[in-house]
Design a protein around this ligand. Structure first.
Ligand code: FEO
Length: 161
């Protein structure tokens, strides 16, 4: 595989683990705030991100290339409100989509067709990730300072498997 593309895949593997860390920090914040439903949602999200990282891990191995594990960036760990947390999550997902798209363009430039096909899953997934975080931002904006509405949302998000 082209060296530049392999490096970019390894960087994205690392970014997905950073995403897992980021959501885990958010889960810890919600645990501290006693918002157990939000915490559960974030914990499930962190697990999904680790799965995303492992998809890159498996793909690189399947291509008989070398996985390179680098240090994981320390995430932000404090927020002032649930709304601020989800705004960060949405912004983060937009950034991830951007990275996935750049990676896809690089795979096209290098004419690496298997990588292009591999990335299709992530392109679709990012649409969902952005959509669901934005939906929660909008619901939290509507809830405002109404704690009963926030608790209702907490219960709703807690039903995530
Ligand atoms: Fe791995 Fe939330 O994107």
């Amino acid at each position: 595989m082209d060296k530049e593309l392999l490096d970019a895949l390894n960087i994205q593997l690392n970014r997905e683990f950073h995403s897992a860390y980021f959501y885990l920090a958010m889960a810890a914040y919600f645990e501290r705030e006693n918002l157990k439903g939000f915490a559960k949602w974030m914990r499930a999200q962190a697990k999904e991100e680790a799965d995303h990282a492992m998809k890159f891990f498996d793909f690189i191995n399947e291509r008989n290339e070398t996985v390179v594990l680098k240090p994981i960036e320390v995430p932000k760990q404090t927020w002032s409100s649930p709304l601020e947390v989800f705004k960060d999550a949405y912004e983060h997902e937009q950034k991830v989509s951007h990275y996935i798209h750049r990676l896809y363009e690089l795979a096209q430039e290098k004419r690496d067709y298997p990588t292009q096909v591999f990335l299709h899953w992530f392109i679709t997934e990012q649409v969902e990730e952005e959509d669901q975080t934005l939906q929660i931002v909008e619901l939290l904006e509507k809830a405002g300072d109404n704690f009963a509405a926030i608790l209702e949302l907490d219960e709703q998000l807690g039903s995530r498997e």
